[in-house]
Design a protein around this ligand. Structure first.
Ligand code: FAD
Length: 323
């Protein structure tokens, strides 16, 4: 059955987040040959429409308003609700990002629909759409089908392969005018806690440090390795609690959930709460002095050794590969 499916495109720091393209790919599967409509919301965002076409959107709807310059759940839900009322989609796909996690339940309630959140795979089998999502902190997966109403899902970043970028694709851009008002919160300024760099939740490579890194200074070799690999630096709660780095880098049950292609854990013991945030990474490398460390149980490659010796060696070797 062909469906019209709407996706939310997320713009941050002047570019579209990758999850916007992953949402389009998921929407294509849900649409089953129907139309995929991507929605751009912001103050001045129409220029991003072409990129959405290149990644497979059939049509782009743009809602621009000064009150949408920064994300607020009131502003974005008014914009999205107006678009949904006009477009009447049978499916909706958001990224399972901080924004998507905040906005999707609020909209689902307004639409009187269900919500399948944190989806890592979408497939069609026997006439049913099957959504896979991790449960019990990633220790098991459940498969869900939606039997009634709008199919509303959020997709975990880095899990669904975007369509190949094709600059020959194009489509119609439609502007929808919505009066965004009665905001209960207004974002006046965004102050970044961490330095600019690769976004942890979308990073393909993460070099994470734990208490074994021993100091803020001890994170420097990890930063160098991350830089050579074009990745981001993450941390265990142990390292954050010890004051070696900011909590915004924390990965785990009470931190960020990440699924990079490569996760390099340095001086991290592998507590269950840490594994909850990274055990679904595609390849895990663990560097630890203790051969009995729990992290080796989930690692694809383990290096028993001192991270202050091993990490600089890896950086040097990767540098050689780059030239
Ligand atoms: P440690 O357990 O102290 O491990 C340090 C490791 O470094 C050791 O294995 C040691 O062998 C190794 N090491 C030391 N020196 C070196 C060296 N020179 N070279 C190589 N290896 C070395 N934790 C999280 O990470 N994320 C969470 O989201 C999270 N949420 C939590 C929620 C709750 C409710 C609770 C109770 C706990 C939570 N924790 C979380 C904490 C978790 O239980 C662990 O305490 C924490 O993950 C330990 O951090 P660590 O591995 O860095 O430190």
């Amino acid at each position: 059955m062909a469906r019209k499916v709407l996706t939310l495109a997320e713009v941050r720091d002047g570019s579209l987040r990758n999850v916007s393209f992953e949402a389009i790919a998921a929407a294509k599967t849900i649409a089953q040959g129907g139309e995929v409509v991507s929605v751009l919301v912001g103050e001045s965002v129409q220029s991003y429409a072409n990129e959405l076409f290149f990644y497979g959107a059939d049509r782009v709807v743009v809602v621009e308003h000064p009150n949408l310059k920064n994300y607020t759940s009131d502003g974005y839900s008014q914009a999205l609700k107006a678009v949904i009322d006009e477009e009447k989609p049978e499916g909706i796909v958001f990224g399972h990002t901080a924004l998507g996690k905040d906005l999707s339940p609020k909209l689902a309630i307004k639409l009187n629909s269900g919500l399948v959140s944190d989806v890592v795979a979408v497939e069609e089998a026997g006439g049913n759409l099957i959504f896979t999502r991790p449960i019990y902190s990633g220790k098991a997966f459940e498969k869900k089908i939606v039997t009634d109403g709008i199919i509303f899902v959020t997709v975990r970043p880095n899990n669904i392969q975007p369509l190949e970028r094709d600059e020959s694709r194009s489509g119609e851009v439609k502007a929808v005018s919505v009066d965004i008002k009665d905001l209960r919160a207004i974002v006046k300024e965004i102050v970044r806690k961490t330095a600019e760099g690769v976004d942890l939740t979308e990073a393909k490579v993460i070099v994470a440090g734990g208490r074994g890194v021993k100091s803020a200074e001890g994170f420097k070799p990890l930063q160098e390795l991350a830089e050579v690999l074009g990745g981001a630096v993450g941390a265990s709660r142990g390292a954050c609690d010890a004051g070696y780095c900011d909590y915004s880098l924390q990965i785990g049950q009470t931190g960020k959930v990440v699924t990079p292609d490569l996760y390099i854990a340095c001086g991290i013991s592998g507590a269950i709460q840490h594994l909850a945030g990274m055990s679904n990474s595609k390849v895990i490398v663990a560097i630890n002095k203790d051969p009995e460390a729990n992290i080796f149980k989930v690692a694809d490659y383990g290096i028993v050794g001192d991270l202050f010796e091993v990490v600089p060696l890896l950086t040097e070797e990767f540098k050689k590969l780059k030239v």
